[in-house]
Design a protein around this ligand. Structure first.
Ligand SMILES: C[S@@+](CC[C@H](N)C(=O)[O-])C[C@H]1O[C@@H](n2cnc3c(N)ncnc32)[C@H](O)[C@@H]1O
Ligand SMILES: [Zn+2]
Length: 376
């Protein structure tokens, strides 16, 4: 098996990866799964985990419940010396063999390997002294079936990171599957990335509520292939209601959060669609994202990470949902105005407007759609 592996460098860590995973369009699952395009996903994890551990007082343990060849966990073990123990788990024994070789190649000695179903692995860790300061869930498709076990396996005040790759479900192609997995439905809109992230957070929040646990989102991130959420898990109940809906009017482009089910657009009085129930609270914690920016020079991460984080800081206090410049051009029946000009015109009209890290050609604003169209 070793002969079909090639050595690459990701971040500051050497990885041994199946040769086909570097050339095939969608990486094969045999002998083991590795996606080179998820490098930025793992880069962000390194920045988020290092920032998180700076203020975490308990045992610094990392639980990688669906590790694949251990690309994320062995990077954690090698690039974050502050982590005491790393548990690398997968159901695929061939993936674990590769993970062990990668650990040897990087001279890391604090990794423990196990071949368990993810929920069983997480349940074995749901004991005093066994929980993770950081727990990662990175499945094929939706993380929803692992959330209960993952939350139970997270230390009080610990960090849960979860990836979703079931983009068709989260983007509204299969609404009943989305309701079944995430307890809410999306609408098919230009800002579908934000709806997807809020559906994932909504699901984590609902499961947490059942377990008498509260979540605080610290950071979210997306790209063409996945969504990733980072939430702090606190063993206390939260009484501030952060669930609701996003009202979207296809007729006039109006969009905003509503707390109850209403179907009337408050701008044009037409029937509007609702996405949700979903998370309507903050997506980012300002101090946390600033910490990630401050830590970025310590690591060999992709240059785009810093840019994305800087945009997050600008949008931290902005309202949910965004507009793309193409949508505005379509509504105005005119060529698109650049993002910078659009933002500056809305600001000149007396509203707040910022870019968003979720889409390089989109902006957030507190102006209503009719006010945006007047301003631009
Ligand atoms: C998307 S890959 C993980 C990629 C890895 N985290 C990385 O960053 O490279 C998903 C992994 O989950 C494993 N897997 C699938 N179902 C599982 C289950 N129920 N329990 C444990 N592992 C599982 C697969 O073998 C595969 O390696
Ligand atoms: Zn309307």
């Amino acid at each position: 098996m070793e002969s079909s592996l090639v050595e690459i460098l990701e971040g500051g860590t050497k990885l041994l990866v199946p040769k086909e995973s570097l050339v095939d369009k969608s990486p094969p699952r045999e002998p083991a799964f590795f996606n080179p395009r998820a490098r930025i996903n793992r880069d962000f994890s390194i920045l988020a985990y290092s920032t998180f551990l700076q203020n975490f007082k308990g045992p610094k343990t990392f639980l990688d419940s669906l590790s694949g060849i251990g690309a994320r966990s062995i990077r954690v073990a090698h690039e974050l010396p502050e982590v005491a123990k790393v548990f690398v788990n997968d159901v695929n024994p061939k993936a674990l063999e590769i993970a062990k070789s990668i650990a040897r190649l990087n001279n890391v000695a604090n990794c423990h390997f196990s071949e368990n179903e993810a929920c069983r692995f997480l349940s074995l860790h749901s004991v005093r002294e066994g929980r993770g300061a950081i727990v990662d869930v990175d499945p094929f498709g939706s993380p929803s079936k692992y959330l209960d076990c993952a939350i139970r396996a997270t230390y009080h005040g610990g960090l849960l990171s979860a990836t979703a790759t079931d983009l068709t479900v989260l983007h509204g192609l299969f609404p009943s599957a989305c309701r079944r997995k995430y307890y809410g439905v999306p609408v098919r809109v230009e800002y579908g990335d934000e709806i997807a992230l809020r559906l994932i957070l909504g699901c984590i929040n609902l499961v947490s509520g059942r377990l008498d646990v509260k979540i605080v989102p610290l950071f979210v991130q997306n790209n063409m292939h996945y969504y990733k959420t980072y939430v702090k898990v606190l063993v206390r109940t939260g009484d501030d209601e952060q669930m609701g809906y996003i009202l979207n009017c296809k007729n006039c482009g109006n969009r905003h959060v509503v707390k109850e089910v209403v179907h009337v657009c408050d701008v044009c009085n037409n029937r509007a669609e609702l996405a949700g129930p979903l998370w309507t609270g903050r997506l980012y914690d300002r101090d946390f994202v600033n910490g990630m920016i401050a830590n970025e020079p310590r690591f060999q991460v992709d240059k785009s990470c810093r840019k994305i984080l800087e945009r997050c800081i600008e949008e931290v206090d902005m309202p949910p949902t965004y507009f793309t410049i193409d949508e505005i051009a379509h509504m105005k029946r005119s060529p698109p105005v650049s993002l910078a000009k659009t933002i500056s015109r809305i600001q000149k009209a007396g509203f707040r407007a910022t870019p968003t890290s979720l889409n390089p050609a989109a902006f957030r604003t507190d102006a209503r759609v009719d006010q945006i169209l007047n301003a631009v």
